[in-house]
Design a protein around this ligand. Structure first.
Ligand code: FE2
Length: 246
């Protein structure tokens, strides 16, 4: 194990992102993107253990049922909407499974309403039986599955041209360390608003946009005939070289 104080001894194990595969940092009329992106050029600095490690044993803290947003309260009906399963595999850029990675996810209900103070002025009704967020951990092969309802499209508030967000699920992943942290959105195939969504369309590379859109699996592959299954694989940053000592 290298001395964490000697940062230059640690290999620079992460390749930089290709900006063409990432959303544009600042999207016009989308205020959040302006306050969450840096004003000045980034400063390159060597990585230390702080960057290449991260929270450990997060998966052990999850409770059974954390991955069920559709029926979170056993004594109440399930959430309204189309039942879906979202499943997939999390790997690093070298194709290795990322095991025990916690995926946090959140999305609006089948009416297009979030359980969040920022959505308090929405005219869309809340669903008392929908929990709005969940967590799931990947297994040893990097696979995950959660059960929920398909979110609706919703109008982005205060946009001059009435921008509608297509149905989407927000996801946040912890990989092996902070450098592999990923916050992203999963889209659904065949949605007409996908083609005009300012966030999805801000990714310049068409293959990058494709990677954000899930696949609907044939109904024959659904374990439960009442559920539509979407597959969504996720690639986290990986290591170009295996760190020494491992
Ligand atoms: Fe959203």
């Amino acid at each position: 194990m290298p001395d964490p104080a000697v940062a230059s001894d640690l290999p620079n194990t992460f390749a930089p992102y290709d900006d063409r595969t990432q959303p544009t940092a600042r999207i016009e009329h989308y205020a959040e993107t302006w306050v969450r992106t840096p004003d000045r050029p980034l400063v390159r600095r060597p990585m230390t253990l702080t960057e290449i490690t991260g929270p450990t044993r997060l998966a052990a803290k999850l409770k059974p049922g954390n991955n069920d947003l559709a029926h979170p309260y056993p004594d109440r009906p399930r959430a309204a909407g189309q039942l879906i399963h979202v499943t997939g595999r999390v790997t690093d850029e070298d194709g290795r499974p990322v095991a025990a990675s916690v995926i946090e996810l959140w999305h609006c209900n089948a009416n297009g309403r979030y359980i969040h103070p920022m959505d308090a002025k929405s005219p869309n009704p809340i669903d008392e039986n929908f929990i709005g967020s969940g967590r799931v951990a990947t297994d040893a092969d990097g696979r995950y599955m959660f059960r929920t309802i398909k979110p609706a499209a919703y109008p982005y508030p205060n946009h001059p041209t009435r921008w509608w967000r297509p149905p989407h699920i927000h996801m946040s992943l912890f990989g092996d360390g902070f450098m592999s942290r990923l916050v992203t959105q999963m889209f659904f195939p065949g949605e007409p608003f996908n083609d005009i969504d300012l966030i999805l369309q801000s990714v310049p590379d068409p293959k990058g946009r494709e990677r954000m859109i899930s696949r609907q699996l044939p109904m024959s592959e659904a374990i439960d005939p009442n559920v539509v299954v979407y597959a969504h694989d996720i690639v986290l940053r990986g290591r170009r070289q295996t760190p020494f000592g491992m």
